[in-house]
Design a protein around this ligand. Structure first.
Ligand SMILES: [Zn+2]
Length: 342
């Protein structure tokens, strides 16, 4: 399995050097763009990666880059061009976030320093690399901070030892409710901080606004990682309702949905489930709130008007239901049902 490990560059004094190297990379990128335009006009041919390498050969010394960096830029250029199926890609200018790719042989790592093309950069060595580096890059985020990324081959994740079967109901009030009664609370930082972001924007403090936004995104992702980790370690079957968040974002519940980050939660769950060999199913959540999980009678709260109803009593069997737990139990039952059909 290939994974990328990212470390923040320590000294702010390294920034000018990195920026200079990144500008050299942009130069190579723009040269590729130009060569492509030229080639298309005069030869009616798309230059390949090999063509681009030939054209840029020998330029690395003058640019102060490692020769493999120049090749890596060419490679990336070709990949992107194929991906977007465009005659030309966007130029890299002063505003493009800095990016300097490298191959393993182009760098040397010692404790918390990385040597590249005669420069030494220190980084915050927050966690150990689990294996040898294959390749990587220096990159800049939207806040103009520099990072070094190492691409590493890591051993496969161990299969789950969990035995739980869990159904998950995604909601607005709580991010997710599990069929065993556990509730995963939706973090509301975004909405709480929304006013602060708006204030920053109003006062034209775009840097602060961006910082705050990045912080919220980071915390939300961290939270979702932890929750999906825990679930995939505990379970051998996870069934989730196929709620379509794009539909709800159009209503006035948009902020709440964005807050919860359902889509990201589902993505994380599904890929971690695959890695840990957990059975993961999505089922239609139609009627899951209205059906009694005890006797299958339909009598629960309906639609969006019923959102306020948190608890209800089944008219047939008199069972008292928590709205979301009942829905999660129905989702789990539907999951079992679809698995049995197969
Ligand atoms: Zn009932």
């Amino acid at each position: 399995m290939i994974r990328t490990f990212r470390y923040r560059i320590k000294d702010s004094s390294a920034a000018p050097q990195l920026t200079k190297l990144a500008q050299a990379c942009s130069l190579v990128w723009n040269f590729c763009n130009e060569s492509q335009e030229h080639a298309l006009r005069w030869n009616q041919q798309w230059p390949t990666y090999q063509d681009l390498c030939k054209l840029t050969a020998g330029s690395s010394k003058e640019l102060g880059l490692h020769s493999q960096t120049v090749q890596a830029v060419c490679e990336q250029y070709e990949t992107r061009r194929k991906q977007f199926k465009k005659r030309k890609l966007r130029w890299r200018g002063k505003r493009s976030p800095g990016w300097i790719p490298f191959k393993a042989s182009g760098i040397k790592i010692m404790d918390d320093t990385v040597c590249y093309a005669g420069h030494t950069f220190r980084f915050w060595n927050s966690r150990e690399l689990p294996g040898p580096v294959k390749c990587g890059s220096f990159s800049q985020d939207s806040r103009q901070r520099w990072y070094v990324n190492f691409v590493v081959e890591v051993p496969e994740t161990e299969a789950t030892t969990g035995t739980k079967h869990i159904g998950i109901d995604l909601g607005l009030k709580t991010l997710a409710t599990c069929s065993d009664g556990r509730k995963i609370e939706a973090p509301r930082w975004y909405r709480n901080q929304q006013r602060r972001i708006a204030e920053h924007q109003r006062k034209k403090r775009s840097r602060q606004a961006r910082n705050l936004q990045a912080k919220i995104a980071h915390r939300r992702k961290d939270f979702l990682h932890k929750e999906s980790d825990r679930l995939t370690k505990e379970c051998e079957l996870i069934v989730i309702g196929d709620v379509c968040s794009s539909k709800l974002t159009k209503t006035n519940m948009a902020k709440s949905v964005n807050d919860a980050g359902w889509a990201m939660f589902k993505t994380l769950l599904s890929y971690k489930a695959i890695a840990r060999k957990v059975v993961y199913r999505e089922v239609s959540e139609r009627l899951s709130t209205q059906t009694c999980s005890g006797c299958s009678a339909i009598g629960g709260p309906k639609g969006r008007e019923g959102l306020g109803v948190r608890e209800w009593v089944c008219g047939e069997c008199n069972a008292v239901h928590d709205r979301d737990v009942n829905a999660a139990m129905n989702i789990l039952r539907m999951g079992h049902h679809t698995l049995a059909l197969k």
